[in-house]
Ligand binder design. Structure first.
Ligand code: GLU
Length: 470
């Protein structure tokens, strides 16, 4: 069997759209799951938009998502001479022709066709005038000779067989009068030369497939397998746009979602494998197939993304998670914290990663570790600082000197102290949390004590007693 070769062919727009990221992921999964190649081509023929920054945004998006491509990125613009060569070849072999029609002539043709109720698709009189002696010395375009009758059938792996009547396809321009190739030609030549076996892309390109097939057929090149995936909608069922929130994949990196969660979520966006929602990269590589892609548009669901993200954070390896958080902090340029956290966060990771849906949520829970004494108590925690709660801490603090520093012993001791004061443990947990963290979003008080260590925990409890009631 021939090796699978897929590609992603984004046009630079300045950022990487979620839809492009999902197309990249599908192509990557399909190729990598089959020992194939995944290639990158930047469709940079629009010179105004194709800035180095716009290309960087695509590379950055792929890098963050961990979608590695084979070889180097191909520039479509740089391959223009090859596209021209193919158009010339079609001209020489009689599959294309020079069309000398002016804009006015074409407009007149359309107007007349409309008046007569005929198809307005332009039919050039130059199609059959092959004798160069009859050709005027004026600018011309090169058009492909489209089949005049019959059907073009796109055997699409997602959409099924899509039939297009050939009389609906005009003699498409291949080279403009300034000699530049059109996009449709460039795509086909590049895909062919890059050895692409599977074209997996958004279904907004489905109509292009029929026109592109015309070029493959004229060149007698084997067709790729097509799979046109439905677009992504927002939660309101309309095409995903800025109105729905972030549409750039790197915005999700900045919001602190782990890349693995994003991959999992994007894979589920339009593709399914039974009822599986949470899965690893390896699962996705094993399972991904074109038959699992749905025919109707997927809806972007932030809740579901958050949910998956929480699950991925919870099962991540502590050291790997820390590394990803460091990367996140570099992205959001909080370098200061970045340096401090490496040593102090790792031992706490086991409880920080529990129930955090994003890295900022995890870091909020971690804030108690990074605080300096005497720690500030946030306003809404002040209700925990009163005469009776300080009294309880006064009983507890000296006993912390000698207790064994383990969860069981700390639970037993704090339980006893609460009981002595005639309250349940809940009444003591609030003041302990206020003293140890100064804020309400934290791991359990026992985890905090274990992580801070005996001396720091005692010092924080003493600080609060010294300060007294607010
Ligand atoms: N450049 C096109 C886009 O960004 C993709 C073309 C293709 O995949 O064939 O939508």
């Amino acid at each position: 069997m021939t090796q699978v070769v897929t590609r992603i062919a984004p046009s630079p727009t300045g950022y990487m759209h979620i839809g492009t990221a999902r197309t990249a992921l599908f192509n990557w999964l399909y190729a990598r799951g089959r020992g194939g190649k995944f290639l990158l081509r930047i469709e940079d023929t629009d010179r105004a938009r194709s800035t180095p920054e716009a290309t960087e945004a695509i590379l950055g998006g792929l890098e963050w998502l961990g979608l590695d491509y084979d070889g180097t990125a191909v520039s479509q613009f740089e391959r223009a001479p090859r596209h021209i060569e193919v158009a010339q070849h079609l001209l020489a072999s009689g599959k294309a022709y020079k069309c000398f029609a002016t804009q006015d002539e074409i407009a007149d043709f359309r107007q007349q066709a409309k008046a007569e109720g005929r198809s307005t698709l332009y039919q050039s009189p130059w199609r059959d005038i092959t004798d160069p002696a009859l050709h005027p010395d004026v600018p011309f375009v090169i058009r492909i000779k489209s089949p005049e009758s019959g059907l073009t059938v796109i055997h699409d792996q997602v959409q099924g067989d899509v039939n297009i009547k050939n009389d609906q396809l005009d003699d498409m321009i291949l080279l403009r009068s300034d000699g530049t190739p059109v996009y449709m030609l460039s795509v086909v030549v590049d895909d062919h030369d890059m050895g692409v076996t599977h074209v997996i892309r958004g279904d907004d390109h489905l109509n292009n497939a029929a026109r592109q097939m015309m070029i493959y057929q004229a060149m007698e090149w084997p067709l790729p397998i097509y799979a046109h995936i439905p677009l992504i909608f927002g939660e309101d069922g309309k095409k995903l746009s800025k109105r729905h929130g972030a549409t750039s994949v790197l915005d999700y990196a900045l919001m602190g979602y782990p890349a693995a969660a994003m991959r999992n979520y994007l894979a589920r966006l339009g593709w399914s494998h039974g009822d599986d929602e949470f899965f690893t990269d390896q699962d996705a590589l094993n399972w991904f197939d074109l038959s699992g892609i749905g025919k109707s548009p997927a809806r972007f669901d932030h809740k579901k993304l958050q949910n998956l993200s929480g699950q991925h954070i919870a099962v991540s390896d502590d050291a790997a998670l820390l590394q990803e958080i460091q990367h996140f902090l570099t992205l959001s340029s909080e370098i200061d914290l970045h340096q401090k956290i490496s040593t102090r966060l790792l031992p706490a990771m086991y409880c920080l990663k529990d129930r955090a849906k994003t890295f900022p949520e995890l870091l909020e829970k971690a804030a108690f570790i990074l605080r300096e004494r005497p720690i500030e108590i946030e306003k809404k925690m002040e209700k925990n600082v009163n005469i009776s709660s300080l009294d309880m801490l006064k009983t507890l603090t000296p006993q912390l000197q000698n207790v064994s520093w383990s969860r069981d012993a700390l639970e037993a001791l704090t339980g006893q102290v609460a009981e002595t004061h005639g309250v349940n443990f809940g009444k003591l947990a609030g003041p302990l949390r206020a003293a140890l963290a100064g804020q309400s979003v934290t791991p359990s008080v026992f985890d905090m004590m274990l992580i801070l260590g005996r001396n720091e925990a005692i010092a924080r409890l003493s600080d609060m007693q010294e300060r007294g009631t607010p």
